[in-house]
Design a protein around this ligand. Structure first.
Ligand code: PNS
Length: 164
């Protein structure tokens, strides 16, 4: 049976940013539990952090909410994963208008694949409006400071990766 109180928050999370963290905390005002689900594709993955590193960073960030926030990874279709988790709700964050087309396409495709699954969009908090995992990695790799945009444990790991 589907559980309406569990939301799935899928993504790459390479790495998790404060924008993601804000969204998880706001989602917990509406849902009892949220599963942060890292989508993996061994053939296509070109991520900076491997899945275990990403899971570990997420678990550290939400250590005090461990009963309500679960980090997990999956392969294959998101709609099948959501079904395995008995969830009917996918959460995605929306930042700028540029996100909309991609998000709209995914939501429509997922709806076509599993009409009973709903995608809910949350607006990203204003201070995280311009933050993305991609930009954060680029800035750190070029010696810029991203403190305040990612959790402290993530900042440390980023600096280690780029030897900053
Ligand atoms: O953080 P991202 O990279 O924008 O997340 C994209 C993600 C992981 C949500 C999307 O690529 C996905 O759902 N992948 C799982 C495979 C799948 O179901 N693909 C069809 C999507 S319509």
């Amino acid at each position: 049976m589907a559980n309406n109180n569990i939301a799935i928050y899928p993504g790459s999370f390479d790495p998790i940013t404060n924008g993601h963290v804000d969204l998880v905390k706001r989602t917990l005002r509406v849902f009892d539990k949220i599963v942060i689900a890292i989508a993996t594709n061994p053939e296509k993955d070109r991520c900076l952090f491997n899945v275990d590193e990403r899971l570990q960073m997420i678990n550290e960030v939400f250590a005090d909410l461990a009963g309500r926030v679960q980090a997990d990874s999956f392969q294959g279709l998101l709609v099948d994963y959501a079904e395995r988790k008995h969830s009917q709700v996918i959460i995605r964050g929306l930042r700028a208008i540029s996100d909309f087309e991609y998000e709209f396409q995914m939501a429509m495709m997922n709806h076509r694949l599993k009409p009973q699954l709903e995608t809910l969009f949350m607006m990203t908090g204003e201070s995280e409006f311009y933050t993305s995992s991609r930009l954060v990695k680029e800035v750190v790799s070029l010696g810029g400071d991203v403190s305040g945009l990612v959790p402290d444990n993530v900042l440390k790991k980023l600096k280690q990766k780029f030897k900053r």
